[in-house]
Design a binder for this molecule. Sequence first.
Ligand SMILES: Cc1cc2nc3c(=O)[nH]c(=O)nc-3n(C[C@H](O)[C@H](O)[C@H](O)COP(=O)(O)OP(=O)(O)OC[C@H]3O[C@@H](n4cnc5c(N)ncnc54)[C@H](O)[C@@H]3O)c2cc1C
Ligand code: FES
Ligand code: FES
Length: 690
Amino acid sequence: MMSNAKTSLLECPVCKTSHVPIKSPIENGVCASTCLYCGHFFKFKVTTPVRSEVILKVNGKEYTVDKSLDPATSLNEFLRDKRISMGTKYMCKEGGCGVCVVMAASVNPSTNDIERKAINSCMCPVFMCDGWSITTVEGLGSQRDGLHPIQDRLDKYNGSQCGFCSPAQIMNMYALLLNDTKPSKQEIEDAYDGILCRCTGYRSILDAMKSFADSKCSPTDIEDLETKTCRKTGKPCPGKCSNPATPKPERPLHLVLDSAQWFKPTTLTQLYDLLNQYKEKDMRLVLGCTGFGVYKDIGPWNYDILIDLHGVKDLYQIATSPQLQIGANVTLTSMMVTLSSCDLPKDKYPYLAECVNYIQRIAHTNVRNAGSWAGNLMMKHKHPEFVSDMFVMLETVRAQIFINGSTSVTANQLLATDMTGKVLTHVILPSFSANTVVKFYKVAKRSQNAHAYVSVGILMTCDANLVVQEKPAIVYAGISKTFTHATDLETFLQEKQLSDPSVIAKAIQILSKEIVPEADLLAGSIQFRNSLAVNLFYRFAIFMLGDKLDLRCRSGGFPLERPLSSGTQTYSTKTEEWPLTEPLLKVEGKSQVTGEAVYINDIAPAPGELYAAFALSHMGSAQLDSIDSSKAMEMQGVVKVLLAQDIPGVNNAMPSPYLPEEVLCSRRVMYAGQAIALVIAGVSCMQDRL
Ligand SMILES: Cc1cc2nc3c(=O)[nH]c(=O)nc-3n(C[C@H](O)[C@H](O)[C@H](O)COP(=O)(O)OP(=O)(O)OC[C@H]3O[C@@H](n4cnc5c(N)ncnc54)[C@H](O)[C@@H]3O)c2cc1C
Ligand code: FES
Ligand code: FES
């Protein structure tokens, strides 16, 4: 007889695989089962229930997730493949574009509060959504049953052009208003850092959304915003249903999938047991699962054992006494809220506001709503080249990071720690004296939603004469895999007076030598990153010198403040000619804001449908001698490889008067990435050759 009372999972005595008890009791709770892996027959006694299926709600209707799905199946794929929500779009599938945003409601096991957040459905594995309640654009309103206030507002402000991003823009605002019915214009603009719109230029979208900041235009209360969806049909049913969108508390779960096992423990003891049991296996802990938006190797499809941390109550704990402690499951958004709202004395924690501003520049709202500080740090652990702003932040403020609840390390020490079979549990942010200054600087391609070229965090304690009291912390990311601290500069600055110009000149000299960026094609050039790293320190020095400097230099110490955006639209109209030239709402607006507009990839594939992909040149400025397409033709499903000579008429993609550009390269390759062939294939190898 075999039973694992602590985890409620069954361990096969022969192959040690864990199972969910699937047979009903035969006598006094004793059951019999056959191991799914090795076929061994064994008996067991179940002490507490473990569920083996994922049930989630979408727009109030319950769905059970099919266990034959791949563990990597995203919520987005689930919603679209099952045709539950075709209004939820996709594009990049890596958290970059935001068109897949939906509202996810789940219960925080620590507070028992329902948390509602706008997340990227493309990065959220559907097996993670057990007990969650998802709202998509279809759950808000429709042309038939009437538009939701947010859909109506976007339509009236002409905030949709092609309309592809509109459902996501609406769901983002929906989640924002559910959390705060009276957001300011700045808060609304800040929340729109993660959803790209290729058409509108954002003015009309932001105007529509910011109109909710005006008390005259905002919905009177939360009831006006809640979706009303029929429990039975899942269709909008304004006012007649009790709220069906309530998520369920986190429950233990074990799924035996075709290619992996998925566990969701609910206590630290269960978690440690699983970590211990599977430490030799290919195992991944899952929280926001946003990491694979940056590194594909941490995608859920690469692991045998997936352990979802969402159920573990202890990992959500936040405490401000005796120390500021934040659990590993706390998302970047919740961390910002905690640091900005905790009433800790400013003379002991003078740096919290600076941390909040810095976290706000990590990724974008929707990634921050799902992703945790612990996940970010562990990405740096796995990929030391990752330009992790969370690493810079925690290492600068000398945070203590706890492994398995007991061992504490700094962020830098964590990078050298073997984390096999271990979990980060919490972080403690220390207190400092009031004369300690902490500053973070990040320079990236854009102010929001962009990885840094170089990030730096500086912690320095000076006396009233600007003499550096103890060894400062000067922490960089974006230089190389191994460079974290500017140690030479840190050592030099001890007991030096910052107001002495020769000290700053010498510091810059030391730093310029110490910063040796690694070549990286995707990052800025070596020279650029070196001078950037030095200049960011110089900005810090200017900040510290403050009014000791002449007025002309002082502004260099402060970040550029971007004011709230605004725009106006003007057009000429002749009222005497109306209805000609009369401004009208566009006809497609309502179908776009309700997610009912159908785009090409919303149409189900027709039988025998074929797909095409360009084969690109890996070389630029080259000559094409010949093309051998025989290997491509041997591949399953390939029906044709089209070359330049197959193009009827003129092989030119550009209309007059532009210079001609070949559709498929015929001889002279102009640049790497130029299309050489078009490979056409169908899903079935049974398709006839063209
Ligand atoms: C579009 C985009 C933009 C981004 N921009 C930035 C940026 O500007 N700056 C920046 O610093 N980051 C950026 N990121 C990274 C982002 O912050 C991280 O993806 C996120 O914080 C990871 O958290 P997660 O909970 O989703 O981790 P997951 O993806 O769930 O996990 C990541 C890794 O951490 C491990 N892990 C998770 N929790 C624990 C734990 N408690 N103990 C041990 N291991 C654990 C997992 O096993 C996995 O290996 C960006 C990400 C995206 C997708
Ligand atoms: S599809 Fe681009 S963020 Fe999800
Ligand atoms: S992508 Fe935003 S309206 Fe076209």
